[in-house]
Write a protein that binds this ligand. Structure first.
Ligand code: S3P
Length: 170
């Protein structure tokens, strides 16, 4: 079974994915970490040295590679993965379950403001401007996330509960 988690930055994709994979005895892949290992560089350095377009190309290729090579898989994507090229179509075609971890703007802002440094798209945005940035960005991205097979409201749910809810959807 192939399960793909999608959602905005800081929506818990990696934490939920890692625990879910352990409970399902599946391979866990975090697409950002996979790219970092492949390039031997942090996402932050890829963005600053080669730019976003290069990163998106790489992200697209690595997504195809992972979905093709793994059979029993939980894949946590990057926040932008479903929103570029035909990535969301590929995710829908190649996975058994795609799940959008949906969180409100205030909850996302709260989480992102605590961990901006390694996120190139938000690291230079002052905290006072984060709500507006996240609001607009999520508005642009939601149509892609909402194509996922399942949408899970994760507001006020802890990691263990989210994992439990995901398992009920499978
Ligand atoms: C991005 C999200 C990041 C990472 C990159 C771009 C985005 O992943 O892929 O910084 O476009 O939202 P996380 O969602 O894990 O932060």
């Amino acid at each position: 079974m192939k399960i793909v988690l999608v959602g905005y930055m800081a929506s818990g994709k990696s934490t939920v994915g890692r625990l879910l994979a352990r409970q399902l005895d599946a391979t866990f892949i975090d697409l950002d970490e996979y790219i970092e290992e492949h390039q031997q560089k942090s996402i932050k350095s890829i963005f600053s040295e080669k730019g976003e377009i290069y990163f998106r190309q790489l992200e697209h290729e690595m997504l195809l590679q992972v979905l093709e090579n793994e059979e029993h898989l939980v894949l946590s994507t990057g926040g932008g993965t479903p929103c570029y090229g035909n990535n969301m179509t590929t995710i829908l075609q190649e996975s058994d379950h795609s799940i959008y971890l949906n969180l409100s703007i205030p909850n996302l802002v709260d989480r992102i403001s605590k961990e901006k440094e390694n996120r190139p798209l938000v690291k230079n945005i002052p905290d006072t401007e984060l709500p507006e940035f996240v609001g607009k960005h999520l508005f642009e991205r939601s149509p892609f996330y909402l194509k996922a097979k399942h949408v899970l409201d994760c507001n006020s749910l802890g990691v263990e509960t989210v994992v439990g809810e995901v398992k009920k959807l499978l």
